[in-house]
Design a protein around this ligand. Structure first.
Ligand code: ADP
Ligand code: ASP
Ligand code: MG
Length: 418
């Protein structure tokens, strides 16, 4: 008998029929003799719908605490319904919210990190032969405040819980049947990976590949959790995320990711003196705003310009912070751009192969598209471009790096039997 954590995303439980099908899938696992802990997301587009509702109520950014109070309800609906569905199949089940399952987080709203897990109730329920269903994406601070883990955070709940209860495997069930060389919704002939290393998966996830939440991969790596991504609609073999993954001959770029959650801020005419960058980025960090690519231009007449990217969802907050330090820093003007996307190529083999980044620039410029910003590391190169022609760019890069296959990727679809 093994202990399995199964995580089902929003599209897998999008309506009552899908919820019942997921319950059937869990019952199969249970009847095979495994102990099952299930983490589930909010149904379908519930989280987006709740965000839209808050925007209809608030003209400025909604209070972060109340936003977490609101968004955490989505997962609570799912756990109750899934527990009912499993019990209807004649199995014992119990649902727990994040706080009932002992998920403690730091006191940050909207993207809290898990600080501690006290899974006693989960373990007790497993001993009572119950399927334990835990709400993804949510936790509680030491002061009893509800928090959420950031969009896509149910993956992190699942992996962190798997580590805490020492599960044998953490299975992430989603609407594609594994991790592909790029988003199979954009490139139909994307390549399914049998395995991918934690480091490459972490890079892809950080660069926008929605299939796994970056913190989930971080957890899996740090606690050596056996992690599998597979489809909730088929029984196809999934992708194993693990320490080392063999590279196919001749493949240098393992994957291509994109992130539309990008905005560029430019601060123009900044008085040139030591410590200016530090002032700006310290002020942003104090408000939990992550800054990504930073570019500073040369100094002219004692003034410099610099540009950087932040998450689009943080743009208004970031502009507010910069306005608040206008006097202390001293600058002429602030501008911002949206409707951008960051496209990235990732592969551990890049470090030892010259010309990989150059090829990316060439492919993009052959399409007549301007590259607005670039950043590189040992295993990735990212370019910020205008969003309009994203699909074309991803497809062209996929072909240029020899990643196209002759089979069509599996995306969504009805249940298939074994
Ligand atoms: P869930 O609701 O199950 O958490 P998500 O929408 O968060 O599902 O993640 C699955 C989606 O991730 C897929 O439908 C696919 O469009 C997208 N995706 C992006 N990059 C990749 C990739 N490299 N491999 C597989 N899926 C990817
Ligand atoms: N429901 C949350 C979201 O839509 C968390 C998740 O699905 O993982 O982002
Ligand atoms: Mg997800």
């Amino acid at each position: 008998m093994s202990l399995v954590v199964m995580k089902f995303g929003g599209s897998s439980v999008g309506d009552a029929e899908r919820m019942k099908r997921v319950a059937g899938r869990i019952a199969e696992r249970k009847r095979e003799g495994h102990q099952c802990v299930v983490v589930v997301s909010a149904m379908g587009d519930t989280t987006d719908d709740l965000i839209d509702l808050s925007k209809q109520i608030c003209t400025i950014a909604p209070p972060a605490r109340e936003m977490d109070m609101l968004l955490s309800t989505g997962e609570q609906v799912s756990i109750a319904l899934l527990s009912m569905a499993i019990q209807s199949l004649g199995l014992k089940a119990v649902s727990f919210t994040g706080w009932q399952a002992g998920m403690y987080t730091e006191a940050v709203h909207g993207k809290a990190r898990i600080t501690d897990i006290q899974p006693e109730r989960v373990i007790k329920a497993l001993h009572e032969d119950k399927v334990v269903i835990v709400a993804g994406f949510q936790g509680m601070t030491e002061d009893g405040e509800i928090t959420t883990l950031g969009r896509g955070g149910s993956d992190t709940t699942a992996v962190a819980l798997a580590a805490a209860i020492q599960a044998d495997v953490c299975e992430i069930y989603t609407d594609v049947d594994g991790v592909y060389s790029t988003d199979p919704r954009i490139v139909k002939v994307a390549r399914k990976l049998d395995a991918i290393s934690y480091d490459e998966m972490l890079e892809l996830a950080n660069l926008g590949a929605a299939v796994l939440h970056p913190r989930a991969v971080e957890y899996a790596k740090n606690y050596n959790v056996k992690l599998v991504v597979r489809s909730s609609f088929t029984y196809n073999e999934g992708t194993m995320v693990k320490e080392e993954a063999a590279m196919e001959q001749g493949i240098v770029v393992r994957g291509i990711a994109y992130d539309k959650n990008v905005a560029r801020i430019s601060i123009l005419g900044v008085e040139e003196k030591p410590g200016q960058l530090a002032k700006v980025f310290t002020a942003l960090a104090q408000e939990q705003i992550d800054v990504d690519i930073i570019v500073q231009s040369g100094v002219l007449n004692g003034q410099a310009d610099f540009s950087f990217t932040v998450a689009l969802s943080d743009l208004d907050k970031a502009l507010g912070v910069i306005e608040s330090i206008r006097q202390t820093v001293g600058f002429r003007e602030v501008t911002s751009e949206t409707d951008l996307v960051k496209v990235s190529i990732v592969g551990a083999g890049m470090v030892s192969t010259p010309g990989v980044a150059a090829k990316m620039f060439e492919v993009i410029s052959d399409l007549g598209i301007s590259i607005l910003m670039v950043s590189t590391s040992e295993i990735k190169t990212s370019c910020v471009i205008e969003n309009g022609r994203l699909n074309e760019v991803v497809q062209a890069l996929h072909t240029a790096y020899g990643l196209d296959t002759d089979t069509t990727a599996f995306v969504g679809g009805p249940a298939e039997r074994r």
